[in-house]
Design a protein around this ligand. Structure first.
Ligand code: ADP
Ligand code: MG
Length: 391
């Protein structure tokens, strides 16, 4: 489904649920990170692109001037009501409404009150698949509130407001990548984002002979939830031992010299982050120069580092990357790695455009044979960021 069809579907669902057509329609994309994993909270670089998968919101102001916001999602049975007459606070942990509610709270904190409205959310970004349906939902909500309140936020302010919503309402202490790319994505461009200075640089990726393939393993291993905070802590520990504000400031040489002064696990965590930051900068140069074999090698190296040093991969992700390596450059496979936080979700691959079909078939078949699971595979060009479809 393309964006136009997705928007039409959201409008039709709005009509069905609320008995009138929507007045506004907005959309915000999910994203895939080409390289630069677990570098964001270490002040490093990331290199994501927006994908042609979107969260669309159709909405309309209420005819009566009430203070009730009603939110429905095509992924959820029950509507959620937010009463603006009362102080806004988070819903219980895990509630989907926390993402839009957190963004509404952010607008209220800026003195921007949208008043009551009805909204219908529809998305084709897989939920919990590591393609950032959460940021797409936040950024789409922010885009809607911009139209309703008539106040456009600065893009950086908008992304940060959405990140704060995820921290404060969804309880997820995420970095800035997902919201930045969902706001600032540009067609046929990757976004090199410096997570320290928050400076962004669009990296053109116009070579039509190369395509981005996203392979969803369709597994998500339930973890205790302590993995992410534990990794953050280990990175902080390493930085402290190295005497630097963050691992962004450390060099591979300095880390090697300090090896005897830190726990073996902390050493490996730091080695991943420091090498991944370097790889990301090099990959951006490689993309700019259309030097695909180099970019591919950096992607494989990134995966190995995440698997062995950072230990956030899983059997299924490793299987996909192994299949990719077996296809090789000759078969049109340039490079492949896990993407997102890890422990399941997706891998991202760069492939020769003319090999997309054959490679997709091969990966699907081999993955099924080895795991018994159906992978979901799709291609995406680098897409544009959040847009207003109807205002
Ligand atoms: P990811 O961002 O990788 O998709 P997250 O766990 O960060 O995974 O966010 C997924 C959560 O975001 C869902 O469990 C749900 O609560 C919320 N969410 C995202 N998109 C929607 C949607 N279209 N409708 C309702 N909830 C959504
Ligand atoms: Mg998310």
């Amino acid at each position: 489904m393309n964006l136009k069809e997705l928007a039409a579907h959201a409008a039709a669902e709005f009509q069905k649920k609320y008995g009138r057509p929507p007045r506004w329609i907005v959309a915000a994309p999910g994203r895939v990170n080409l390289i630069g994993e677990h570098t964001d909270y270490n002040d490093g670089f990331v290199l994501p692109m927006a994908i042609e998968r979107y969260t669309v919101i159709a909405a309309d102001r209420l005819t009566k001037d009430t203070k009730q916001i009603q939110l429905r999602s095509t992924c959820e049975d029950k509507p959620v009501t937010i009463d603006l007459a009362r102080p806004l606070k988070p819903f219980p942990k895990g509630a989907w409404a926390n993402y839009p509610a957190g963004v509404i709270a952010g607008f209220l904190a800026l003195g921007l009150n949208p008043g009551g409205f009805d909204a219908l959310i529809h998305s084709n970004v897989p939920l919990g698949g590591g393609l950032s349906s959460s940021a797409a939902l936040e950024v789409a909500t922010a885009s809607l509130l911009e139209i309703i309140t008539g106040k456009n936020l600065d893009p950086v302010e908008k992304a940060l407001l959405c990140q704060k919503a995820e921290h404060d309402y969804a309880g997820m202490p995420c970095g800035i990548m997902d919201q930045f790319i969902s706001v600032m994505g540009r067609e046929n461009h990757l976004l090199l984002l410096d997570c320290r200075s928050r400076k962004t640089e669009l990296v053109p990726m116009t070579d039509a002979t190369v395509a981005v393939l996203i392979i969803n393993t369709n597994v998500k291993h339930e973890l205790t939830g302590s993995e992410y905070p534990a990794r953050r802590k280990q990175c902080e520990t390493a930085a402290k031992i190295l005497g630097v504000p963050s691992l962004r400031d450390a060099t591979p040489e300095a880390l090697e010299l300090a090896k005897g002064r830190m726990d073996e696990v902390v050493f490996r965590r730091a080695r991943h982050v420091i090498s991944e930051i370097e790889r990301t900068v090099h990959a951006a140069e490689g993309v700019r120069a259309s030097n695909w074999p180099t970019v591919g090698q950096l992607m494989y190296a990134s995966h190995a580092s995440l698997r062995d040093d950072y230990e956030v991969s899983c059997k299924e992700l490793d299987i996909v990357v192994d299949i990719a390596e077996s296809i090789g450059l000759k078969g049109g496979m340039i490079g492949c790695r896990m993407t997102g936080g890890g422990f399941g979700g997706c891998t991202v691959a760069l492939v020769k455009s003319d090999a997309v079909e054959a490679i997709s078939k091969k990966i699907a078949a081999d993955y099924k044979k080895k795991t018994g699971i159906e992978a979901t595979i799709f291609v995406s060009r680098p897409a544009g960021g959040a847009t207003v479809i109807e205002a």
